[in-house]
Design a protein around this ligand. Structure first.
Ligand SMILES: *Cc1c(COP(=O)(O)O)cnc(C)c1O
Length: 438
């Protein structure tokens, strides 16, 4: 083992202070560099456009994008203006606001599965609340989910979760009642037959799925997968909950499920819809949403839910994303980056595969194609770790986990993409020298 890698002197000093008062020095475990062999997290004090600036004065081209919310680029003027304007009028009232009506109308108009919507603050709450509603509506308690998916950190969805828990090798988080885990059946992503069998056997309240998996790295659905889930849900009298927290507005100005032709009974949104501020939502069929308090018996609430600042940022972000050509541009950048990475893999002879959809992609090391959690898990994590540090040294910040995505934004240009490919080619030269599967 090599010594833990350091990102800089001032970062190290902050890490030492932070570690005394914040567990692992992070407010969310996925930010830690420990899983990739680092000391503490990156400490960033400023960001602009496509770049992060750390406390040691280093600049990084940002592909983390805060794990998904970033798509406009940092400090986008439309968002900072909207925030300043709202802040001057107060940030929280505990009443309804015109902004949340406008945002709800936009979402309902633009997303096929959404007839009514309720705002919350985090994706975790959106999923947790959608599950509660599904249980109330069906009178059942079971849930079917897919290994390697991430649906936030609520008890019920931390079984075989992807993303952060997978990075840390946490299969079932401690502190979760066994009785809760017993209600959850997890099947492999993209395995329509296994899913159908589990759904018909268990007749769950809900099937919870990411229509494009974003938390085992990017894994697109096989063509038959989502339609099969829809049919099985209908046959079993279960509700289909689409978790689009990471996918909505990432690939198109709306939900990816609409492009894929699948309708959810409920749908969860988050990340991009808040323009970088905490904002998430869940919604779906009007009859189901009508069961929520104060109209119905299903209780769900939030002091900061739909808060004016988040709504202002979200409206501003969605307005930018509604302009013509935005997603074509993001897709073209994604294609350029993918092609560059594939060429760099080819010229260096390092085995790897790139899964991409639009402006989201994951580079998996190893020979096999990745279409589920097993595939992501079997990829060469040792090579990923080495690659991560080689890229960081070259001023490119990736998510510190082989189970996450690279995200492009409107602030990334061809010059940034080409610089990234150049950095990757040099990094892969180093990675090639390493023994496989450390
Ligand atoms: C990020 C994410 C969540 C959790 O959202 P938080 O805002 O972090 O609570 C849920 N589902 C998916 C698909 C996500 O990517």
């Amino acid at each position: 083992m090599t010594a833990p890698r350091d990102v800089g002197e001032r970062s190290r000093a902050l890490y030492e202070r932070a570690a005394r008062v914040i567990p692992g020095a992070v407010s969310s475990p996925a930010r830690s560099l420990a899983p990739v062999g680092g000391v503490g997290p990156l400490f960033v004090e400023r960001a602009e456009g496509a770049y992060l600036y750390d406390v040691d004065g280093r600049r990084y081209l940002d592909y983390l994008q805060a794990f998904g919310p970033g798509i406009l680029g940092h400090a986008h003027p439309a968002v900072t203006r909207a925030l300043a304007d709202q802040a001057a009028r107060g940030v929280l009232y505990g009443t309804s606001t015109p902004g949340e009506v406008e945002l709800a109308e936009r979402l309902v108009a633009g997303i096929g599965s959404l007839e009514a919507v309720r705002f919350v603050s985090t994706g975790t709450e959106a999923v947790m609340s959608a599950i509660r509603l599904a249980r109330a509506a069906t009178g059942r308690e079971g849930i079917v989910t897919f290994a390697g998916s991430y649906h936030g950190h609520a008890d019920a969805v931390l079984a075989e979760a992807g993303s952060g828990p997978a990075t840390l090798g946490i299969e079932h988080g401690a502190g979760i009642p066994r009785s809760t885990l017993e209600l959850v059946t997890t099947v492999p992503y993209n395995d329509a037959d296994a899913a159908r069998a589990a759904i018909l056997r268990n007749r769950p309240a809900a099937i919870l799925v990411e229509p494009v998996a974003g938390n085992m790295g990017i894994v697109p659905p096989a063509p038959d997968f989502l339609p099969a889930l829809r049919r099985a849900a209908d046959d079993a009298g279960s509700l289909l909950i689409l978790d689009e927290v990471i996918t909505a507005f990432r690939f198109r100005a709306g939900a990816v499920s609409d492009a894929l032709g699948v309708r959810g009974d409920l749908i969860c949104l988050g990340k991009i819809i808040g323009g970088g501020l905490p904002l998430a939502a869940y919604g779906g069929r009007a009859d189901l949403m009508g069961m929520l308090a104060p109209r119905g018996p299903v209780y769900q609430a939030g002091t900061h839910a739909g808060n004016p600042l988040s709504v202002a940022a979200g409206l501003a972000a969605l307005a930018v994303l509604a302009a013509p050509g935005v997603y074509e541009r993001l897709d073209a950048l994604g294609a350029r980056l993918e092609a560059g990475l594939v060429a760099a893999l080819g010229s260096t002879g390092v085995a790897g595969t790139v899964n991409r959809m639009g402006s989201g992609m994951t580079l998996f090391f190893g020979d096999r194609k990745v279409r589920d959690h097993e595939g992501a898990r079997a990829s060469d994590h040792g090579r990923f770790r080495a690659f991560f540090w080689e890229m960081l040294q070259r001023g490119v910040y990736l998510a510190p986990s082989p189970y996450e995505a690279w995200f492009l934004t409107l602030a990334h240009g061809e010059a940034e993409v080409d610089a990234t490919v150049e950095a990757a080619a040099a990094a892969l030269e180093v990675v090639r020298g390493l023994a496989e599967r450390m």
